[in-house]
Ligand binder design. Structure first.
Ligand code: DX5
Ligand code: ZN
Length: 214
């Protein structure tokens, strides 16, 4: 299992050092949660901040946009050095145009589904995306409880991709830690985001290695 520590749980006053700490601890990707206070009831950081911390690691930057109009800002996040940009299928932008814009910048793209959104919402776009991110909490905040009832969506997505002969990564985000990762792994998840479980661990390297072992 690949592990992407969510910087949402880091000490924002030293974000660069926190990225170095996660890199050394063995993180596969860095997960950056961008919130606009409109799509979700919380505000974090945007492209200028991502650009300044890009130099602290060579690991892929997995940028999760929880914003209402990702099309408007896609170029900014590509310029900031994102390797993967995911945005919500529930957003206000035109989904096809947003996917096309991100891909035109040579950045991998993925669609995210909130807990109340069915897996089938991403089916029309499976041919042109690299990844589907299944939220296992309501987006907006770290430290919430894992929603195991989201896991059947993973099989639905994987089955549909197999039927169409498409390679697809499925990522899960929210409430993942030692107590919940086995269920995620059994459901077929390829990449798990982990905020609290990694940043608040006494030994981040041990915590990441344990999660990766599933
Ligand atoms: C929630 C974010 C998640 C979250 C994960 O909106 O997308 O990335 O911070 O944090 P934990 O692992 O603490 O649930
Ligand atoms: Zn996230």
């Amino acid at each position: 299992m690949k592990i992407a520590p969510s910087l949402l749980s880091c000490d924002f006053s030293k974000m660069g050092e926190e990225i170095v700490r996660m890199d050394k601890a063995g993180a596969d990707w860095m997960h950056l949660d961008v919130m606009d206070g409109h799509f979700v009831p919380n505000i974090t950081f945007g492209a200028p901040v991502i650009k300044t911390v890009r130099k602290y690691t060579d690991k892929p930057f997995d940028v999760h946009l929880m914003i209402s109009d990702p099309l408007k800002y896609a170029d900014d996040f590509a310029d900031a050095g994102a390797d993967i940009i995911t945005f919500h299928v529930e957003c206000d932008s035109d989904i096809d145009k947003t996917i096309d814009k991100i891909r035109s910048r040579g950045v991998k793209t993925g669609l995210v589904i909130k807990p109340n959104t069915p897996a089938s919402a991403v089916f029309p776009y499976l041919d042109k995306i690299d990844l589907v991110l299944v939220m296992t909490v309501e987006p907006g905040f770290g430290g919430q409880s894992f929603m195991a009832d989201m896991l059947p969506k993973v099989k639905e997505i994987k089955d549909e991709c197999k039927r169409r002969g498409i390679e697809m990564l499925v990522e899960a985000d929210g409430g993942i830690g030692e107590a919940t990762i086995e269920q995620a792994a059994n459901a077929g998840i390829d990449v798990c985001v982990a905020g609290t479980a990694v940043f608040k661990a006494e030994n981040a390297a041990e915590a990441i290695a344990k999660l990766q072992s599933y």
